[in-house]
Design a protein around this ligand. Structure first.
Ligand SMILES: *Cc1c(COP(=O)(O)O)cnc(C)c1O
Length: 304
């Protein structure tokens, strides 16, 4: 199929050598500006199935800055599938324009339905979503973050045979779908290290559903207070990172992971091998939205 099959594989770029540790970064962020990084991988087989099964509508879930919603909206528009986005937080109903992500989704003709946090938690079992599902006869439900077995399969394709030379593979963790794919594709002698972006252990359970392997772990030490939470220290790190390497990273996922990797190595707390491959999972569409928020809070902004 046209969109997914036309995108070239990403490259491993040498990033830095510190204390004898060699860090490479896999530029999955360069796959596509919106369907970037792991969202490309996660949605590939889901949308292929939607096309093969000729399903006219896809419905999914996300927050007002969700990379997953933006990627789904783009793909729906590109592939001629109607999309419906269920948005976390009723308050967004009257201020779609205040979220760059939601305005983008809207411009890609995604129907946005903003639910209270309470209703949103119930996902497809909420009264609101049930109503929509009943009104559409043929519709594909994509879980929050796009995590299901087809997306884990897509994420196994992040690693290539030549990546077996690395001792450790690093990835940011949200739902855990991406790391589940990486673990599945890893070699026995490699360790897959996840950096949780959430103060929750739900990813652990999810990963255990997809793999019996034991060569992995997830650290919760670098969440910066929780999902989407920011500290000036993190912003400074990300701006310096960009200045030095000319690689933009996102504040919710990859920024925190890279902060953690540099911190652990510099403080002599790195225990996972010398050749390190860091997965850049993309997500850069969220940077402008984060800057708006930082400006309102009179905090330093991202300068890229
Ligand atoms: C969605 C996302 C993640 C989290 O992926 P999961 O599969 O939910 O763990 C990590 N990084 C970026 C940039 C993302 O957009």
């Amino acid at each position: 199929m046209i969109f997914f099959d036309n995108v070239k594989n990403s490259v491993n770029q040498p990033l830095e050598v510190i204390n004898g540790y060699k860090i490479f970064i896999k530029r999955e962020d360069l796959l596509h500006p919106i369907v970037s990084g792991n969202k490309f991988r996660k949605l590939k087989y889901i949308f292929k199935e939607i096309i093969i099964d000729k399903i006219p509508v896809a419905i999914t879930f996300g927050g007002a800055f969700s990379n997953h919603l933006a990627a789904t909206a783009y793909l729906g528009d590109e592939l001629g599938i109607k999309t419906i986005g269920i948005v976390r937080g009723q308050e967004w109903r009257d201020k779609i324009n205040e979220s760059n992500t939601l305005s983008y989704c809207s411009s890609k003709k995604m129907d946005l339905i903003c639910l209270s946090r309470e209703a949103y938690k119930k996902k497809e079992t909420s009264v609101e979503v049930q109503k929509i599902l009943k009104s559409i006869s043929n519709c594909r439900l994509i879980p929050e973050g796009g995590t299901e077995s087809l997306s884990v399969k897509g994420c196994t394709e992040i690693l290539r045979p030549q990546d077996s030379k690395f001792d450790v593979i690093c990835s940011s963790v949200g739902t855990g779908g991406t790391i589940a794919g990486l673990i599945t594709a890893s070699c026995k002698k490699q360790f897959v290290l996840g950096f949780n972006a959430l103060n929750s252990s739900s990813a652990l359970n999810l990963v255990n559903q997809y793999t019996k392997k034991k060569n992995w772990g997830i650290t919760n030490d670098f969440t910066f207070g929780g999902y989407g939470k920011i500290k000036p220290e993190l912003i400074n790190f990300m701006n310096n990172f960009y200045k030095q390497y000319k690689i933009p990273i996102d504040p919710v996922y990859t920024g925190k992971m890279l902060f953690a990797i540099f911190e652990l190595i510099k403080k002599n707390k790195w225990r996972w091998g010398k050749k390190i491959l860091v997965i850049h999972t993309g997500g850069l569409q969220g940077v402008s939205g984060m800057n708006k928020y930082l400006e309102r809070k009179k905090l330093p902004i991202l300068t890229y």
